[in-house]
Design a protein around this ligand. Structure first.
Ligand code: ATP
Ligand code: MG
Length: 138
């Protein structure tokens, strides 16, 4: 398990509900190092670019409307095995199916508004980190 970086978002629903502080506390408690962090507000076009892999899916319009509906917090997280470790902490995509103690169970409202995002593989982590952060910030 070598040290790895992943990309995370505290999505607009969680930010709006005032869960940012609690999610950041969990990130630190679970042993991630925050390498970069920024409050941002995606345009529809930026959300579409970020989720381009999902453009053929029926939920693409709703997903990109939601992701551009308000501010969110974007993060570069570092830890041993960070990609898997962060997805485990987030829990299942659908909060109703997420395990107790996961962020989506605790803070997610629905499959669409599910509090957090995490890269799913090294290639997507590299793309997503590069989409939001310049090399100098990392
Ligand atoms: P994310 O990529 O946000 O970390 P994920 O990898 O668990 O989530 P994906 O399959 O990549 O899930 O879907 C991306 C996002 O699209 C989900 O987090 C969710 O917000 C939304 N989504 C996925 N499936 C559905 C669905 N059936 N209906 C509505 N929204 C969905
Ligand atoms: Mg995904």
């Amino acid at each position: 398990m070598s040290t790895e970086r992943t990309f995370a978002i505290i999505k607009p629903d969680a930010y709006k509900s005032g869960y940012t502080g609690r999610i950041l506390a969990r990130i630190e408690q679970e042993g991630f190092t925050i390498r970069a962090m920024r409050l941002t507000y995606l345009s529809k076009r930026e959300a579409e670019g970020f989720y381009a892999v999902h453009r053929e899916r029926p939920f693409f319009g709703g997903l990109t409307d939601f992701m551009s509906s308000g501010p969110c917090v974007v993060l570069a997280l570092e830890a041993p095995d960070a990609i898997k470790k962060w997805r485990a902490l987030m829990g299942a995509t659908d909060p109703a199916k997420a395990e107790a103690g996961t962020l989506r169970k605790e803070f997610g409202a629905s499959i669409g508004e599910n509090a957090t995002h995490g890269s799913d593989a090294p290639e997507t982590a590299a793309f997503e980190l590069g989409y939001f952060f310049r090399g100098m910030e990392l």
